[in-house]
Write a protein that binds this ligand. Structure first.
Ligand SMILES: *Cc1c(COP(=O)(O)O)cnc(C)c1O
Length: 497
Protein backbone atom coordinates (compact mmCIF):
# COMPACT_ATOMS: atom_id res chain seq x y z
CA UNK A 1 0.00 0.00 0.00
CA UNK A 2 1.38 3.40 -0.91
CA UNK A 3 1.24 6.34 1.47
CA UNK A 4 -1.50 7.78 -0.66
CA UNK A 5 -3.59 4.64 -0.41
CA UNK A 6 -3.20 4.57 3.34
CA UNK A 7 -4.26 8.19 3.50
CA UNK A 8 -7.25 7.44 1.33
CA UNK A 9 -8.18 4.45 3.45
CA UNK A 10 -7.94 6.55 6.60
CA UNK A 11 -9.83 9.37 4.98
CA UNK A 12 -12.07 9.75 7.99
CA UNK A 13 -9.10 10.47 10.22
CA UNK A 14 -7.44 13.10 8.09
CA UNK A 15 -10.50 15.03 7.03
CA UNK A 16 -10.07 18.75 7.19
CA UNK A 17 -12.39 21.26 8.83
CA UNK A 18 -15.71 21.89 7.20
CA UNK A 19 -16.40 18.20 7.05
CA UNK A 20 -19.74 18.57 8.75
CA UNK A 21 -20.85 21.04 6.13
CA UNK A 22 -19.64 18.95 3.20
CA UNK A 23 -21.56 15.97 4.57
CA UNK A 24 -24.74 17.98 4.74
CA UNK A 25 -27.66 16.97 2.60
CA UNK A 26 -31.24 18.27 2.80
CA UNK A 27 -33.55 16.47 5.13
CA UNK A 28 -30.96 14.61 7.24
CA UNK A 29 -31.33 15.24 10.93
CA UNK A 30 -29.79 14.16 14.21
CA UNK A 31 -33.02 13.87 16.17
CA UNK A 32 -36.36 12.19 15.92
CA UNK A 33 -39.38 13.58 17.65
CA UNK A 34 -42.91 12.18 17.62
CA UNK A 35 -45.47 14.30 15.76
CA UNK A 36 -46.91 17.19 17.81
CA UNK A 37 -50.11 16.33 19.63
CA UNK A 38 -50.72 19.97 20.63
CA UNK A 39 -51.20 23.02 18.41
CA UNK A 40 -47.82 24.34 17.27
CA UNK A 41 -46.84 27.69 18.74
CA UNK A 42 -45.66 30.64 16.76
CA UNK A 43 -42.13 31.47 18.05
CA UNK A 44 -42.62 35.19 17.53
CA UNK A 45 -45.59 35.09 19.93
CA UNK A 46 -43.30 33.71 22.59
CA UNK A 47 -40.15 35.76 22.01
CA UNK A 48 -41.24 38.77 19.96
CA UNK A 49 -40.41 39.02 16.27
CA UNK A 50 -37.42 41.33 16.85
CA UNK A 51 -35.53 38.57 18.65
CA UNK A 52 -35.92 36.06 15.83
CA UNK A 53 -33.75 35.74 12.77
CA UNK A 54 -35.70 35.67 9.54
CA UNK A 55 -33.96 32.75 7.98
CA UNK A 56 -31.55 30.24 9.40
CA UNK A 57 -29.21 29.46 6.58
CA UNK A 58 -26.04 27.52 6.17
CA UNK A 59 -26.53 25.08 9.03
CA UNK A 60 -25.45 21.60 8.01
CA UNK A 61 -28.04 18.87 7.95
CA UNK A 62 -26.37 15.73 9.24
CA UNK A 63 -27.18 12.56 11.11
CA UNK A 64 -26.53 11.93 14.78
CA UNK A 65 -23.49 9.73 14.20
CA UNK A 66 -22.00 12.31 11.86
CA UNK A 67 -22.34 15.12 14.34
CA UNK A 68 -20.96 13.01 17.20
CA UNK A 69 -17.95 11.97 15.11
CA UNK A 70 -17.37 15.55 14.04
CA UNK A 71 -17.13 16.91 17.56
CA UNK A 72 -15.26 13.90 18.91
CA UNK A 73 -12.69 14.32 16.13
CA UNK A 74 -12.35 18.04 16.89
CA UNK A 75 -11.71 17.20 20.55
CA UNK A 76 -8.74 15.04 19.53
CA UNK A 77 -7.15 17.98 17.71
CA UNK A 78 -6.86 19.79 20.99
CA UNK A 79 -4.33 19.54 23.79
CA UNK A 80 -5.41 19.88 27.38
CA UNK A 81 -4.31 19.14 30.88
CA UNK A 82 -6.27 15.88 30.58
CA UNK A 83 -4.02 14.93 27.65
CA UNK A 84 -0.61 15.53 29.18
CA UNK A 85 1.76 17.88 30.99
CA UNK A 86 1.01 21.54 30.39
CA UNK A 87 4.17 23.47 31.21
CA UNK A 88 2.92 26.99 30.65
CA UNK A 89 4.90 28.87 33.30
CA UNK A 90 3.08 31.46 35.43
CA UNK A 91 -0.27 29.97 34.38
CA UNK A 92 -0.24 27.05 36.87
CA UNK A 93 -1.95 24.61 34.55
CA UNK A 94 -2.58 21.99 37.19
CA UNK A 95 -4.95 19.07 36.88
CA UNK A 96 -8.62 19.95 37.48
CA UNK A 97 -9.95 17.15 39.71
CA UNK A 98 -13.17 15.62 38.39
CA UNK A 99 -14.74 15.59 41.85
CA UNK A 100 -14.94 19.41 41.55
CA UNK A 101 -17.20 18.96 38.54
CA UNK A 102 -19.42 16.48 40.36
CA UNK A 103 -19.86 18.86 43.28
CA UNK A 104 -20.55 21.91 41.09
CA UNK A 105 -23.28 19.98 39.26
CA UNK A 106 -25.13 18.85 42.38
CA UNK A 107 -28.81 19.60 42.09
CA UNK A 108 -29.40 22.70 44.18
CA UNK A 109 -26.03 24.15 43.18
CA UNK A 110 -26.05 23.57 39.44
CA UNK A 111 -29.65 24.74 39.13
CA UNK A 112 -29.66 27.86 41.32
CA UNK A 113 -30.59 31.16 39.78
CA UNK A 114 -28.86 34.41 40.74
CA UNK A 115 -32.23 36.13 41.12
CA UNK A 116 -33.36 33.56 43.68
CA UNK A 117 -34.17 35.44 46.92
CA UNK A 118 -31.49 35.42 49.60
CA UNK A 119 -33.77 33.46 51.92
CA UNK A 120 -33.67 30.57 49.44
CA UNK A 121 -29.93 30.92 48.74
CA UNK A 122 -28.55 30.45 52.23
CA UNK A 123 -26.64 27.32 51.22
CA UNK A 124 -24.96 29.13 48.33
CA UNK A 125 -24.07 32.08 50.53
CA UNK A 126 -22.64 29.69 53.10
CA UNK A 127 -20.44 28.17 50.40
CA UNK A 128 -19.12 31.63 49.61
CA UNK A 129 -18.53 32.30 53.30
CA UNK A 130 -16.67 29.02 53.79
CA UNK A 131 -14.49 29.68 50.78
CA UNK A 132 -13.86 33.26 51.91
CA UNK A 133 -12.74 32.07 55.34
CA UNK A 134 -10.41 29.45 53.90
CA UNK A 135 -8.83 31.85 51.42
CA UNK A 136 -8.38 34.49 54.13
CA UNK A 137 -6.64 31.98 56.34
CA UNK A 138 -4.37 30.86 53.50
CA UNK A 139 -3.27 34.41 52.65
CA UNK A 140 -3.42 35.93 56.15
CA UNK A 141 -5.71 38.84 55.27
CA UNK A 142 -8.82 40.36 56.89
CA UNK A 143 -11.57 40.67 54.25
CA UNK A 144 -12.24 39.45 50.75
CA UNK A 145 -14.42 39.86 47.67
CA UNK A 146 -15.05 36.82 45.49
CA UNK A 147 -16.47 38.83 42.59
CA UNK A 148 -13.67 39.44 40.09
CA UNK A 149 -13.79 37.04 37.16
CA UNK A 150 -10.05 36.80 36.43
CA UNK A 151 -6.64 37.68 37.79
CA UNK A 152 -6.44 40.87 35.74
CA UNK A 153 -9.96 41.77 36.87
CA UNK A 154 -8.80 41.28 40.47
CA UNK A 155 -5.83 43.56 39.83
CA UNK A 156 -8.12 46.27 38.50
CA UNK A 157 -10.42 45.86 41.51
CA UNK A 158 -7.43 46.02 43.87
CA UNK A 159 -6.14 49.18 42.21
CA UNK A 160 -9.58 50.80 42.46
CA UNK A 161 -9.52 49.97 46.20
CA UNK A 162 -6.10 51.57 46.52
CA UNK A 163 -7.31 54.68 44.69
CA UNK A 164 -10.43 54.91 46.89
CA UNK A 165 -8.25 54.59 50.00
CA UNK A 166 -5.93 57.41 48.93
CA UNK A 167 -8.85 59.58 47.81
CA UNK A 168 -10.40 59.14 51.26
CA UNK A 169 -7.17 60.54 52.70
CA UNK A 170 -7.28 63.56 50.42
CA UNK A 171 -4.94 62.66 47.52
CA UNK A 172 -5.34 59.76 45.06
CA UNK A 173 -1.59 60.03 44.22
CA UNK A 174 -0.41 59.59 40.65
CA UNK A 175 1.99 56.67 40.29
CA UNK A 176 2.22 52.92 40.74
CA UNK A 177 5.61 51.22 40.85
CA UNK A 178 5.96 47.96 38.93
CA UNK A 179 9.10 45.80 38.87
CA UNK A 180 10.49 44.98 35.42
CA UNK A 181 9.77 41.28 35.96
CA UNK A 182 5.99 41.90 36.36
CA UNK A 183 3.22 40.29 34.35
CA UNK A 184 1.95 42.57 31.56
CA UNK A 185 -1.44 42.82 33.21
CA UNK A 186 0.06 44.75 36.18
CA UNK A 187 0.94 48.01 34.39
CA UNK A 188 -2.26 47.66 32.32
CA UNK A 189 -4.44 47.45 35.47
CA UNK A 190 -2.63 50.38 37.08
CA UNK A 191 -3.23 52.44 34.00
CA UNK A 192 -6.94 51.52 33.85
CA UNK A 193 -7.17 52.77 37.45
CA UNK A 194 -5.76 56.08 36.27
CA UNK A 195 -2.16 55.70 37.42
CA UNK A 196 1.13 56.22 35.63
CA UNK A 197 3.44 53.27 36.02
CA UNK A 198 7.10 53.48 36.83
CA UNK A 199 9.46 50.57 36.30
CA UNK A 200 11.62 49.29 39.15
CA UNK A 201 14.64 47.35 37.87
CA UNK A 202 15.67 43.98 39.28
CA UNK A 203 19.12 43.37 40.70
CA UNK A 204 21.56 40.71 39.49
CA UNK A 205 19.87 38.18 41.77
CA UNK A 206 16.54 38.73 40.00
CA UNK A 207 14.76 40.41 42.91
CA UNK A 208 13.68 44.03 43.49
CA UNK A 209 16.60 46.49 43.64
CA UNK A 210 16.03 48.07 47.05
CA UNK A 211 18.12 51.17 46.37
CA UNK A 212 16.07 51.91 43.24
CA UNK A 213 12.84 51.31 45.14
CA UNK A 214 13.97 53.66 47.90
CA UNK A 215 14.77 56.39 45.32
CA UNK A 216 11.46 55.94 43.44
CA UNK A 217 9.26 55.81 46.54
CA UNK A 218 7.74 59.21 47.34
CA UNK A 219 4.41 60.78 48.32
CA UNK A 220 3.14 60.55 44.72
CA UNK A 221 3.36 56.75 44.72
CA UNK A 222 0.03 55.07 45.48
CA UNK A 223 1.35 51.49 45.55
CA UNK A 224 3.99 49.01 44.58
CA UNK A 225 2.63 46.04 42.60
CA UNK A 226 4.74 43.05 43.38
CA UNK A 227 4.54 39.39 42.42
CA UNK A 228 5.92 37.06 45.05
CA UNK A 229 7.52 34.68 44.26
CA UNK A 230 8.26 36.83 41.25
CA UNK A 231 7.97 35.70 37.64
CA UNK A 232 11.45 34.14 37.82
CA UNK A 233 9.99 31.86 40.50
CA UNK A 234 12.32 33.55 43.02
CA UNK A 235 11.00 34.53 46.44
CA UNK A 236 11.49 38.22 47.23
CA UNK A 237 13.44 37.57 50.41
CA UNK A 238 13.64 41.31 51.21
CA UNK A 239 9.85 41.51 51.21
CA UNK A 240 9.59 42.82 54.79
CA UNK A 241 12.04 45.62 53.99
CA UNK A 242 10.20 46.32 50.71
CA UNK A 243 6.92 46.67 52.63
CA UNK A 244 8.60 48.98 55.14
CA UNK A 245 9.95 51.29 52.40
CA UNK A 246 6.53 51.50 50.69
CA UNK A 247 4.57 52.04 53.91
CA UNK A 248 7.04 54.66 55.23
CA UNK A 249 5.90 57.02 52.45
CA UNK A 250 2.21 56.22 52.85
CA UNK A 251 2.06 53.81 49.90
CA UNK A 252 0.31 50.44 49.82
CA UNK A 253 1.74 47.06 48.86
CA UNK A 254 -0.26 45.22 46.19
CA UNK A 255 0.67 41.60 45.64
CA UNK A 256 -0.09 39.78 42.41
CA UNK A 257 -1.02 36.44 43.94
CA UNK A 258 -0.96 34.41 40.72
CA UNK A 259 2.04 32.49 42.08
CA UNK A 260 0.35 31.42 45.27
CA UNK A 261 0.98 27.80 44.35
CA UNK A 262 4.44 28.38 45.80
CA UNK A 263 3.19 29.61 49.19
CA UNK A 264 0.19 27.52 50.32
CA UNK A 265 0.49 26.53 53.95
CA UNK A 266 4.06 27.82 54.08
CA UNK A 267 4.01 31.60 53.96
CA UNK A 268 1.21 34.18 54.18
CA UNK A 269 1.28 37.47 52.25
CA UNK A 270 -0.65 39.18 55.06
CA UNK A 271 2.21 38.33 57.43
CA UNK A 272 4.90 39.83 55.21
CA UNK A 273 3.28 43.23 54.81
CA UNK A 274 0.91 42.92 51.85
CA UNK A 275 -2.15 45.22 51.99
CA UNK A 276 -4.13 43.81 49.07
CA UNK A 277 -3.72 40.84 46.73
CA UNK A 278 -5.66 38.86 44.19
CA UNK A 279 -5.75 35.10 43.93
CA UNK A 280 -6.28 33.12 40.73
CA UNK A 281 -8.64 30.31 41.67
CA UNK A 282 -8.24 29.00 38.11
CA UNK A 283 -4.55 28.57 38.81
CA UNK A 284 -3.90 27.75 42.46
CA UNK A 285 -7.30 26.27 43.31
CA UNK A 286 -7.65 23.99 40.29
CA UNK A 287 -10.72 25.46 38.62
CA UNK A 288 -10.73 25.01 34.83
CA UNK A 289 -8.41 27.38 33.05
CA UNK A 290 -8.40 28.02 29.38
CA UNK A 291 -10.67 28.65 26.48
CA UNK A 292 -11.17 32.11 27.92
CA UNK A 293 -12.62 31.15 31.27
CA UNK A 294 -14.69 31.50 33.26
CA UNK A 295 -12.11 32.30 35.92
CA UNK A 296 -12.20 33.69 39.43
CA UNK A 297 -9.84 36.30 40.85
CA UNK A 298 -10.88 37.08 44.45
CA UNK A 299 -9.26 40.09 46.10
CA UNK A 300 -8.23 39.93 49.76
CA UNK A 301 -7.43 43.04 51.78
CA UNK A 302 -6.32 44.29 55.18
CA UNK A 303 -8.85 46.11 57.39
CA UNK A 304 -7.84 49.55 56.08
CA UNK A 305 -9.26 48.70 52.65
CA UNK A 306 -12.35 46.82 53.79
CA UNK A 307 -14.77 49.80 53.63
CA UNK A 308 -14.07 50.18 49.91
CA UNK A 309 -14.77 46.57 48.85
CA UNK A 310 -17.15 46.15 45.91
CA UNK A 311 -20.85 45.63 46.62
CA UNK A 312 -22.66 43.44 47.34
CA UNK A 313 -20.71 42.36 50.42
CA UNK A 314 -21.51 39.03 52.00
CA UNK A 315 -22.46 39.54 55.65
CA UNK A 316 -23.38 37.00 58.31
CA UNK A 317 -26.01 38.30 60.71
CA UNK A 318 -26.08 37.57 64.43
CA UNK A 319 -28.71 34.84 63.91
CA UNK A 320 -26.28 33.03 61.60
CA UNK A 321 -28.08 33.79 58.33
CA UNK A 322 -26.38 35.50 55.40
CA UNK A 323 -27.28 38.59 53.45
CA UNK A 324 -25.73 40.41 50.50
CA UNK A 325 -25.30 44.01 51.57
CA UNK A 326 -25.35 46.69 48.88
CA UNK A 327 -25.71 49.82 50.95
CA UNK A 328 -22.08 50.73 51.61
CA UNK A 329 -21.19 54.39 51.34
CA UNK A 330 -17.47 54.00 50.69
CA UNK A 331 -17.67 51.05 48.30
CA UNK A 332 -16.06 51.32 44.86
CA UNK A 333 -19.37 49.93 43.53
CA UNK A 334 -19.98 46.84 41.48
CA UNK A 335 -17.24 45.12 39.51
CA UNK A 336 -19.21 42.12 38.34
CA UNK A 337 -22.83 41.06 37.83
CA UNK A 338 -24.28 39.19 40.81
CA UNK A 339 -21.52 37.69 42.94
CA UNK A 340 -18.84 36.38 40.59
CA UNK A 341 -18.53 33.03 38.83
CA UNK A 342 -20.29 31.00 41.49
CA UNK A 343 -19.66 27.64 39.82
CA UNK A 344 -15.93 28.29 40.09
CA UNK A 345 -16.24 29.18 43.75
CA UNK A 346 -17.86 25.79 44.43
CA UNK A 347 -15.02 24.01 42.60
CA UNK A 348 -12.37 25.95 44.52
CA UNK A 349 -14.04 25.13 47.82
CA UNK A 350 -14.25 21.45 46.88
CA UNK A 351 -10.54 21.49 46.08
CA UNK A 352 -9.60 23.23 49.34
CA UNK A 353 -11.74 20.91 51.47
CA UNK A 354 -10.59 17.78 49.67
CA UNK A 355 -6.96 18.74 50.31
CA UNK A 356 -7.34 20.11 53.83
CA UNK A 357 -4.61 22.30 55.28
CA UNK A 358 -2.01 19.52 55.19
CA UNK A 359 -2.94 18.75 51.61
CA UNK A 360 -2.60 22.36 50.49
CA UNK A 361 0.85 22.54 52.04
CA UNK A 362 1.72 19.32 50.24
CA UNK A 363 0.56 20.90 46.97
CA UNK A 364 3.14 23.65 47.38
CA UNK A 365 5.89 21.28 48.48
CA UNK A 366 5.29 19.00 45.49
CA UNK A 367 5.03 21.90 43.05
CA UNK A 368 8.35 23.28 44.28
CA UNK A 369 9.98 19.84 44.28
CA UNK A 370 8.84 19.14 40.71
CA UNK A 371 10.20 22.44 39.48
CA UNK A 372 13.51 21.93 41.30
CA UNK A 373 13.81 18.46 39.77
CA UNK A 374 13.32 19.77 36.24
CA UNK A 375 15.67 22.68 36.84
CA UNK A 376 18.44 20.49 38.27
CA UNK A 377 18.32 18.08 35.33
CA UNK A 378 18.31 20.79 32.65
CA UNK A 379 20.85 23.16 34.23
CA UNK A 380 23.77 22.06 32.09
CA UNK A 381 21.72 21.83 28.90
CA UNK A 382 20.02 25.23 28.94
CA UNK A 383 21.37 28.54 30.21
CA UNK A 384 20.07 29.55 33.64
CA UNK A 385 20.32 33.34 33.76
CA UNK A 386 19.37 33.74 37.44
CA UNK A 387 20.93 31.02 39.58
CA UNK A 388 19.20 32.02 42.84
CA UNK A 389 17.00 29.20 44.18
CA UNK A 390 13.58 29.20 42.55
CA UNK A 391 10.29 27.84 43.85
CA UNK A 392 7.39 26.50 41.76
CA UNK A 393 8.75 27.45 38.33
CA UNK A 394 12.13 27.87 36.70
CA UNK A 395 13.24 30.14 33.89
CA UNK A 396 15.96 29.20 31.41
CA UNK A 397 17.17 31.19 28.42
CA UNK A 398 17.91 30.07 24.86
CA UNK A 399 21.39 31.69 24.92
CA UNK A 400 23.24 28.44 24.07
CA UNK A 401 20.80 27.45 21.31
CA UNK A 402 20.57 31.00 19.90
CA UNK A 403 24.22 30.63 18.88
CA UNK A 404 22.96 28.01 16.39
CA UNK A 405 20.11 30.23 15.23
CA UNK A 406 17.46 28.38 17.24
CA UNK A 407 15.28 30.45 19.56
CA UNK A 408 12.95 29.63 22.44
CA UNK A 409 9.89 29.65 20.14
CA UNK A 410 11.50 27.00 17.91
CA UNK A 411 12.30 24.77 20.87
CA UNK A 412 8.72 25.19 22.09
CA UNK A 413 7.36 24.12 18.69
CA UNK A 414 9.63 21.07 18.68
CA UNK A 415 8.43 20.13 22.17
CA UNK A 416 4.95 19.72 20.68
CA UNK A 417 6.33 16.87 18.52
CA UNK A 418 7.45 15.19 21.74
CA UNK A 419 3.89 15.33 23.07
CA UNK A 420 4.13 18.21 25.54
CA UNK A 421 2.36 21.51 25.69
CA UNK A 422 5.11 24.14 25.43
CA UNK A 423 6.42 26.15 28.34
CA UNK A 424 5.84 29.91 28.34
CA UNK A 425 7.90 31.52 25.58
CA UNK A 426 9.80 34.82 25.93
CA UNK A 427 8.35 35.75 29.35
CA UNK A 428 9.41 37.21 31.77
CA UNK A 429 10.75 40.00 29.58
CA UNK A 430 13.87 40.51 31.70
CA UNK A 431 15.17 37.20 30.33
CA UNK A 432 15.98 37.38 26.64
CA UNK A 433 14.66 34.23 24.95
CA UNK A 434 13.02 32.85 28.10
CA UNK A 435 11.86 29.24 28.56
CA UNK A 436 9.57 29.43 31.59
CA UNK A 437 8.66 26.00 32.92
CA UNK A 438 6.03 25.33 35.60
CA UNK A 439 5.38 21.60 35.98
CA UNK A 440 2.92 22.01 38.92
CA UNK A 441 2.36 19.30 41.53
CA UNK A 442 0.18 17.30 39.13
CA UNK A 443 3.04 15.62 37.25
CA UNK A 444 4.61 12.33 38.28
CA UNK A 445 8.35 11.67 38.25
CA UNK A 446 7.88 9.50 35.14
CA UNK A 447 6.24 12.35 33.27
CA UNK A 448 8.95 14.79 34.37
CA UNK A 449 11.66 12.35 33.24
CA UNK A 450 10.02 12.19 29.80
CA UNK A 451 9.96 15.98 29.67
CA UNK A 452 13.62 16.25 30.69
CA UNK A 453 14.58 13.65 28.05
CA UNK A 454 12.61 15.55 25.44
CA UNK A 455 14.27 18.88 26.21
CA UNK A 456 17.72 17.27 26.27
CA UNK A 457 17.03 15.54 23.01
CA UNK A 458 15.94 18.83 21.42
CA UNK A 459 19.16 20.47 22.64
CA UNK A 460 21.11 17.68 20.87
CA UNK A 461 19.08 18.23 17.72
CA UNK A 462 19.96 21.92 17.86
CA UNK A 463 23.65 20.91 17.78
CA UNK A 464 23.35 18.20 15.13
CA UNK A 465 20.38 19.01 12.90
CA UNK A 466 19.01 22.45 13.74
CA UNK A 467 16.72 22.41 10.69
CA UNK A 468 14.57 19.73 12.35
CA UNK A 469 13.91 22.12 15.21
CA UNK A 470 13.52 25.18 13.01
CA UNK A 471 10.86 23.43 10.90
CA UNK A 472 8.95 21.97 13.86
CA UNK A 473 6.27 20.95 14.62
CA UNK A 474 6.21 17.99 12.24
CA UNK A 475 3.42 15.90 13.77
CA UNK A 476 0.57 18.37 14.16
CA UNK A 477 -2.34 18.94 11.80
CA UNK A 478 -1.22 22.52 11.26
CA UNK A 479 2.48 23.43 11.08
CA UNK A 480 3.70 26.95 11.69
CA UNK A 481 1.03 29.60 11.78
CA UNK A 482 1.54 33.17 10.78
CA UNK A 483 1.39 34.34 14.37
CA UNK A 484 1.03 38.02 13.53
CA UNK A 485 -1.92 37.39 11.22
CA UNK A 486 -3.42 34.95 13.71
CA UNK A 487 -3.39 37.69 16.37
CA UNK A 488 -4.34 40.64 14.14
CA UNK A 489 -6.86 38.99 11.85
CA UNK A 490 -8.13 35.92 13.67
CA UNK A 491 -10.60 33.75 11.76
CA UNK A 492 -12.92 32.61 14.48
CA UNK A 493 -15.70 31.13 12.38
CA UNK A 494 -15.82 28.60 9.62
CA UNK A 495 -17.82 29.90 6.72
CA UNK A 496 -19.14 27.96 3.76
CA UNK A 497 -16.81 28.43 0.77
C1 LIG B 1 -2.04 34.67 35.09
C2 LIG B 1 -1.39 35.84 35.68
C3 LIG B 1 -2.07 37.07 35.78
C4 LIG B 1 -3.43 37.35 35.17
O1 LIG B 1 -4.42 36.45 35.51
P1 LIG B 1 -5.66 36.19 34.51
O2 LIG B 1 -6.59 35.35 35.28
O3 LIG B 1 -5.09 35.51 33.31
O4 LIG B 1 -6.24 37.53 34.16
C5 LIG B 1 -1.43 38.11 36.43
N1 LIG B 1 -0.19 37.96 36.92
C6 LIG B 1 0.49 36.80 36.83
C7 LIG B 1 1.87 36.70 37.43
C8 LIG B 1 -0.08 35.71 36.20
O5 LIG B 1 0.60 34.55 36.09
Amino acid sequence: MSDRDIKKAKRHLVQEEGLLFERSSPGKSAYQLPPLDVPSANPSDAFGASLLRNEIEGFPEVSEVEVVRHFTRLSTWNYGVDTGAYLLGSCTMKYNPKINEVVARLEGLGDVHPYQPEAFSQGCLKIMKLLSDILLEVVGMDAITLQPAAGAHGEMTGLFLIRAYHVSRGNPRSKVLVPDSAHGTNPASASIAGYQTQNIPSNAKGTVDLACLERAMNEEVAALMLTNPNTLGIFEDQIVEIARIVHARGGLLYMDGANLNALLGVSRPGDFGVDVLHLNLHKTFSTPHGGGGPGAGPVAVKHILEPFLPVPVLVQKSDGTFILESNRLKSIGRVRAFYGNFGMLIRALAYALANGSDGLKQVTEDAVLNSAYVRKHLEGTYDLPYPAPSLHECVFSDRKQAAKGVRTGDIAKRLIDYGFHPYTVSFPLIVSGALMIEPTESESKQELDLLIDALKSIAREVEQEPETVLQAPHTTRIRRLDEVQAARRPILRWRPA
